[in-house]
Write a protein that binds this ligand. Sequence first.
Ligand SMILES: *[C@@H]1O[C@H](CO)[C@@H](O)[C@H](O)[C@H]1NC(C)=O
Ligand SMILES: *[C@@H]1O[C@H](CO)[C@@H](O)[C@H](O)[C@H]1NC(C)=O
Ligand SMILES: *[C@@H]1O[C@H](CO)[C@@H](O)[C@H](O)[C@H]1NC(C)=O
Ligand SMILES: *[C@@H]1O[C@H](CO)[C@@H](O)[C@H](O)[C@H]1NC(C)=O
Ligand SMILES: *[C@@H]1O[C@H](CO)[C@@H](O)[C@H](O)[C@H]1NC(C)=O
Ligand SMILES: *[C@@H]1O[C@H](CO)[C@@H](O)[C@H](O)[C@H]1NC(C)=O
Ligand SMILES: *[C@@H]1O[C@H](CO)[C@@H](O)[C@H](O)[C@H]1NC(C)=O
Ligand SMILES: *[C@@H]1O[C@H](CO)[C@@H](O)[C@H](O)[C@H]1NC(C)=O
Ligand SMILES: *[C@@H]1O[C@H](CO)[C@@H](O)[C@H](O)[C@H]1NC(C)=O
Ligand SMILES: *[C@@H]1O[C@H](CO)[C@@H](O)[C@H](O)[C@H]1NC(C)=O
Ligand SMILES: *[C@@H]1O[C@H](CO)[C@@H](O)[C@H](O)[C@H]1NC(C)=O
Length: 448
Amino acid sequence: MGVKTKPCFWLFVLLWLFVYHRTCFSIGGDTISVGRSLSGNQTLVSQNGIFELGFFRPGTSHNIYLGIWHRNFENKTTVWVANRESPSNDPESSKLEFLSDGNLVLLKNLTETVWSTALASSIPNTTKTEAVILDDGNFVIRDGSNPSTIYWQSFDYPTDTWLPGAKLGINKHTGKVQRLISWKNSEDPAPGMFSVGVDTNGRGQFFIEWNRSHRFWSSGEWNGQIFSLVPEMRLNYLFNYSYVLNENESYFTYSLYNTSFLSRYMIDVSGQIKQFIWWKGRPLSWFPFWFEPKDQADVYGLCGVFGVFHNSSSNCDCLKGFKPLVQNDWSSGCVRKSPLKCQNKSSVGKEDGFLKMSDLALPANSKTYQKVSAGRCRLDCIEKCSCMAYTYNNYNGCSLWEGDLINLRQSGGADGRAGAEIYIRLAASEPELQNGNGSTRTAMVVYI
Ligand SMILES: *[C@@H]1O[C@H](CO)[C@@H](O)[C@H](O)[C@H]1NC(C)=O
Ligand SMILES: *[C@@H]1O[C@H](CO)[C@@H](O)[C@H](O)[C@H]1NC(C)=O
Ligand SMILES: *[C@@H]1O[C@H](CO)[C@@H](O)[C@H](O)[C@H]1NC(C)=O
Ligand SMILES: *[C@@H]1O[C@H](CO)[C@@H](O)[C@H](O)[C@H]1NC(C)=O
Ligand SMILES: *[C@@H]1O[C@H](CO)[C@@H](O)[C@H](O)[C@H]1NC(C)=O
Ligand SMILES: *[C@@H]1O[C@H](CO)[C@@H](O)[C@H](O)[C@H]1NC(C)=O
Ligand SMILES: *[C@@H]1O[C@H](CO)[C@@H](O)[C@H](O)[C@H]1NC(C)=O
Ligand SMILES: *[C@@H]1O[C@H](CO)[C@@H](O)[C@H](O)[C@H]1NC(C)=O
Ligand SMILES: *[C@@H]1O[C@H](CO)[C@@H](O)[C@H](O)[C@H]1NC(C)=O
Ligand SMILES: *[C@@H]1O[C@H](CO)[C@@H](O)[C@H](O)[C@H]1NC(C)=O
Ligand SMILES: *[C@@H]1O[C@H](CO)[C@@H](O)[C@H](O)[C@H]1NC(C)=O
C-alpha cells in the first residue's frame, strides 16, 4: 500500500492541511489533550514516527477498532486493540474522546460508550493531563508537566503482542495479570482460545494455554540467561531479558541492545508464540525470528471441539457427521449435522449409532473400565447421552469419552494410539452410518 501512494503524497498533505485548518482538529502529532477527540482517519503518530494510533478495520471485516500499529509497514500489524470485544461499525460516528476527568472513552454512534480507560480515581484537575503515543508503542495518560506521573498505560492491558519495554507477569497488590491472548481469528481481535502467561512460581517461566486452563507449552525455568527448554537462546546477542521480582510485582520484560532493531512477540491464532524482528535498512516487512511449538501438531485444541487436525496436511477438518460452527474459525469448533436421538426425548426413529474410525488419536481424558466385554462397553456408552465415543481392546479394556471431544488428530499411523478402533457416536440418520461402516442397535443387541 505504501509503495504506490507517493505521487499523491503532496496532494494528500495539501488536502490534510485544508481539512486541518478548516475544522481546527487538535491532532498535534503524538498527543491528545483534555476536551479533544480523535475520529475517522485521524491518527496520532509517535515522536519518531515508529507507532501510530487510530481506527482500523481488520481484513474484510466491517467492524472498527481503536488500535496501535507499527507505522509504514507493508502490511499493517496491529500490536494493541482497545475495544477488542466491542467493535464499532460506522467510521463517521466513532470517536475517541478525552474527558475532563482524565478518562479516555471510545464512542460509537457519537454517544454510546464502547470502551473506556475506567480510571479508579480521578486525576486532580490542577494537572495538565495528556494522552500520548510513545515511540515504544505505549499509549499513556500522564501529567504533562511531570511526564513520569502516569495514570494509565496501554502496556498494562496487552492484547496479543509483547513489545520491548512491556511487562508480562502479575501485580501482587491488585492481582492483575498481564498476559497475551490471541485474536479469535485473523479478522476478529476478540479474545481467542490461546494465551501466553508467566508462571511466577519458582524461577519464572512462560507457558501457552488453551482456554485459559490447559497448558500445552512451557519455556522451562529462567536461569538468568536462558529458559531451560529454549536452548537456542544461548546464541542471543540482540535481546536483554530480565525477570523482576519485588514486593509489588513479578514480571518478565525485555529490551533491545541495538536500537536499529524492532521486535514483537505475538500469540498467533495458530496457537504458536512467534517473534518477529526488523532492522534498519531492510524493506518494511517483518522477519520471522523464532516460534514455538515448532510442530503444529503440538498445539492443543487447534481445531476446536469435534475438529480433527490432519498432521500430513497441517489442516483442520470436522469429524464425519459434524460441520464447522463458523466458517474459517476453528476456535469455534464443529457441531453435529444431526442431533443425537438421546438429546431429544420426543424424536422418533432409530437409536444413535457409532462410526468406526481407525487412525484417529483421541485425548487421554477417557474413563477406562477393564473387566467388561466389547458389547458392554458399547452399551455403557449408548446409555449415557454424554458419551461421545468409545474404544475397546483386549489389553486396555473399555474406554469412554464424555462431553465435547477436543484435540483429535488424524496422524496417518505415526501416532502411538493409531490402529485402535474408535467408535464415534452419531445420529442414526447420518449418511456416514448408512453404508455399513457404523453399526446400529441390531449389532449391539447381540452382546447383551
Ligand atoms: C478515510 O480514508 C479512506 C481511504 O483513504 C477514504 O475512503 C475515507 O473517505 C476517509 N474517511 C474520512 C472520514 O476521511
Ligand atoms: C444512533 O443514535 C440515534 C439517536 O441517538 C438513533 O436514533 C440511531 O438509531 C442510532 N443508530 C445506531 C446504528 O445505533
Ligand atoms: C477544579 O475542580 C474544582 C472543584 O470541582 C473547581 O472549582 C475548579 O474550577 C476546577 N478547576 C479547573 C481548572 O477546572
Ligand atoms: C472453556 O472453559 C470454560 C470455563 O472455564 C468452559 O465453560 C468452556 O466450555 C470451555 N470451552 C471449551 C470449548 O471447552
Ligand atoms: C538489561 O536490562 C536490565 C534491566 O532493565 C538493565 O539493568 C541492564 O543494564 C541491561 N543490560 C544491558 C547490557 O543493557
Ligand atoms: C512498591 O509499592 C510501594 C507503594 O506504591 C512503593 O513505595 C515501593 O517503592 C514499591 N517497591 C518497588 C520495589 O517498586
Ligand atoms: C546495530 O545493528 C546495525 C545493523 O545490523 C549495525 O550496522 C550497527 O553497527 C549495530 N549497532 C551497534 C551499536 O551494535
Ligand atoms: C502482505 O500481505 C499480502 C496479502 O495478504 C501478502 O501477499 C504479502 O506477502 C504480505 N507481505 C508481507 C511482507 O508479509
Ligand atoms: C507431524 O508431521 C510432521 C511432518 O509433517 C512430523 O515431523 C511430526 O512428527 C508429525 N507429528 C505427529 C504427532 O505425528
Ligand atoms: C426433536 O424431535 C422432534 C421430532 O423428530 C422434532 O420435531 C424436533 O424439532 C426435535 N427437537 C430438537 C431440539 O431437535
Ligand atoms: C467405510 O468408510 C470408508 C471411508 O469413508 C469407505 O472407504 C469404506 O468403503 C466404507 N466401508 C463400507 C463397508 O462401506
